[in-house]
Design a protein around this ligand. Sequence first.
Ligand SMILES: Nc1ncnc2c1ncn2[C@@H]1O[C@H](COP(=O)(O)OP(=O)(O)OP(=O)(O)O)[C@@H](O)[C@H]1O
Ligand SMILES: Nc1ncnc2c1ncn2[C@@H]1O[C@H](COP(=O)(O)OP(=O)(O)OP(=O)(O)O)[C@@H](O)[C@H]1O
Ligand SMILES: [Mg+2]
Ligand SMILES: [Mg+2]
Lengths: 460, 460
Amino acid sequence: GVTFESISPADFFYRNRSIAGFDNNMRALYTAVRELVENSLDACEDGGFLPTIDVKLSEVSSNWYKLRVKDNGIGVPRDHILPAFGQILYGSKYEHKQARGRFGLGGKMAFLFGQITTSEPLHVITAPVDEDHIFEVLLRQDIEENKPELVKWERRKNRDKKHGCTLEFTLEGNWRSAKRFIIDYIEQTALITPYAHLKFTEPDGTIHDFKRSVKKLPPPPTPVNPHPKGMDIEQLSRLIEDTKTRDMVTFLRTHFHRVGPKTAKAFLKTINMPFSQDPRALKPNDLVKIARGLEVFNKWLPPDARVLSPLGIKLLELGIRSTLNPEFVHVTQRPPNSYGGHPFIVECGLAYGGGVPMKESIIIYRFANRIPLIFDEYKDVSAKIVRAIPWSRYRIRPGMPIAAFVAVVSTKIPFKTAGKEFIADLTELEYDIRMGLMECARNLKGHLRQKEKVQREQVR
Amino acid sequence: GVTFESISPADFFYRNRSIAGFDNNMRALYTAVRELVENSLDACEDGGFLPTIDVKLSEVSSNWYKLRVKDNGIGVPRDHILPAFGQILYGSKYEHKQARGRFGLGGKMAFLFGQITTSEPLHVITAPVDEDHIFEVLLRQDIEENKPELVKWERRKNRDKKHGCTLEFTLEGNWRSAKRFIIDYIEQTALITPYAHLKFTEPDGTIHDFKRSVKKLPPPPTPVNPHPKGMDIEQLSRLIEDTKTRDMVTFLRTHFHRVGPKTAKAFLKTINMPFSQDPRALKPNDLVKIARGLEVFNKWLPPDARVLSPLGIKLLELGIRSTLNPEFVHVTQRPPNSYGGHPFIVECGLAYGGGVPMKESIIIYRFANRIPLIFDEYKDVSAKIVRAIPWSRYRIRPGMPIAAFVAVVSTKIPFKTAGKEFIADLTELEYDIRMGLMECARNLKGHLRQKEKVQREQVR
Ligand SMILES: Nc1ncnc2c1ncn2[C@@H]1O[C@H](COP(=O)(O)OP(=O)(O)OP(=O)(O)O)[C@@H](O)[C@H]1O
Ligand SMILES: Nc1ncnc2c1ncn2[C@@H]1O[C@H](COP(=O)(O)OP(=O)(O)OP(=O)(O)O)[C@@H](O)[C@H]1O
Ligand SMILES: [Mg+2]
Ligand SMILES: [Mg+2]
């Protein structure tokens, strides 16, 4: 007969680690660096600190590398050190707020890959902000049970009041193949995080030092209620289960983003629901009615852009000019939009000429919640849109030196893989990316037409 | 400060369902059909029964569809009905054997999507083989706790001794957009499963009836020990934890695929380990030594092809000819290979002319463990290889009517997403796909050269 079993989520991601970005020794090394740098950037921004992040990769023996990442972030509170680093699907980024982290597994998958290839434990030194001690911990993961295994725990007084986290572990990797992608990732991260000081040391000792060029943090994102558009019945039932409200108008105003009394009442009228209806008395059929109505109702206010923290067109243009020194740049920020209850903002840019390389097709730079996406460009929704735009209509021909920039921020980036390599084909997102790039294309067309005109007059 | 939480695996895949193939209402409807058909095919083959599968999609209201799938497989044993359909990461396909299922979540994600869009429960009627009763169950999923919620349970005597499973649930879907992909999937499944009787009824009543054209099942795959190449330390420690063996030669012979006493001793010599070493006394350093040694040792026997169940070049050619009626076909089966302890076999085919459509680039048909892969072709490892092959060297030019077929079977297909849409870029796999397609290309070149010669002589 057949044998039934259940496996832990750690076991699932161990057995199927290509889903989390650990396909092979090249991708594993890249993803490990990515996941730790993103954890450090989140930890610094969470505390309002200008990030200082030191990444060091050193060769232990052929194919074995020690990765060490040190930051000045908020550190990890004592009671959460073991599960934060040893329990898959445990983390501090499950709330409805823009962050690089989201899944509760990235950093841990990196340590897990180190453990299964070298058997070495994870070494953590952390000085959590608001606590008086520094904790130095060695731990492993019990993959079958999905829990941390403590190897060593030490605590000492935090005399100089510094805060932050240093992580070190050893993993098998393919540096020769990963090198250009890792360096590309670090450079692009520095491009869109000019307020961070990022230092990366290669195994051969070469140092890439990206000093801060901006001395203050951008306004941080804030936690936010879900936007009413695209709610599903599970989300609704969870809100109803925990709600303290006792009528539907207050329910809508309390739990959804930017819903005032007038809008709430107008909505309830469209589904023939009394304003005084107690949310806890709703039947399953009512939930269906509400979910469908929320999707169809078209008088919702769009999400408030201030809950998100986009790059800003000034910063995006600065980054493009400093990286590529182009002859022409146009950047634009789309109005806030939302999908499935999650607000998002798309920013687009086109750069032409100057230092932009000439390639057969348009080079695409992609950013999602300030994470540069380096792999699988042609699989990404941005590439799908770039392929579909009728560029010749804007006098843009193959072989021209053109680079496109697409930056998305959201309370939830719809990644297609747990390795955050590329974004799913989401209809609302496709619309904004297309509109943004076409606006940039129209502006570039004007520049090209002007340039042609000048060139023709020179010929005469 | 920050708030730490953990979430259940059901909650993870609910929140991030694009990772499981439920990106939007079109993909969700497609993936739901796929997952249930594959569960039914596995259930029939597990019991050695010629599959008879009846898939019916009917429109409940605008955008709501009822999906009903009935099969004559082994059914689900009474004690496993609730977790099999209500607990994510629970299933019968975790063993080391070729199967369509693997993750323990596909069918459940389909029902979950139905539940969150319509609030309707899953309706199961199952007659498990080897039991005397038929069970009729209504259930929902408690997503936050990752456990089934029983709504109704009935049992009656199984008088006519039939066996199988019928599943029915309602989900929001986009049939208009999904239609061509779903029909494509059903047709390609019929192509590579000629021993199955597959019937699909569209919402408008149109019936696609694919009768059996082959009257017996192919030899089934068998459970197998992992192949020694590409073991990691976690796999080794699990084997050691459970082993009844007390010396390393017996350990290797008992737990690995095709390792005899001579090979085991030769291997142990290469890592200076005594034959009598007790596996339970191994230190972490020894595990590292063994893992590295297993990877480097080059005298392992390749995996025994008989544990896998490839299509076979006869069946593949039959399927290609019946679908496309080409002027020329060449198919080939690569020798067994393995990666990470998992044996795999690649079969390739090229079809030219006749009914093969003329497209700008080569059309690629992909199969993984007899699952047709319909989406995301350009993201798949096969497409990566097709783009990289220098076709002009074989007189194959763009615009020729050419279709490529790549079928992979393995104890573990390295899917890049939990939605099984495409395969990760695995080095060993890339090698075999390239060699297989180039062999077909050489044969096609011969055919094209012959054809040109004949045409030139006709001109004279
Ligand atoms: N350098 C760090 N400083 C402070 N806290 C950290 C650091 N690295 C990880 N953490 C904590 O550990 C938690 C788990 O990290 P992990 O990378 O596994 O998941 P995540 O970042 O929450 O989500 P994702 O899987 O998307 O990366 C984080 O949520 C954070 O609270
Ligand atoms: N039609 C069916 N007949 C018999 N057993 C079934 C059927 N459908 C599902 N099952 C059982 O329920 C289990 C869970 O199915 P589910 O699709 O969720 O996961 P899986 O098939 O094991 O893996 P995957 O996520 O890769 O599909 C299966 O392993 C199988 O034992
Ligand atoms: Mg993280
Ligand atoms: Mg399944």
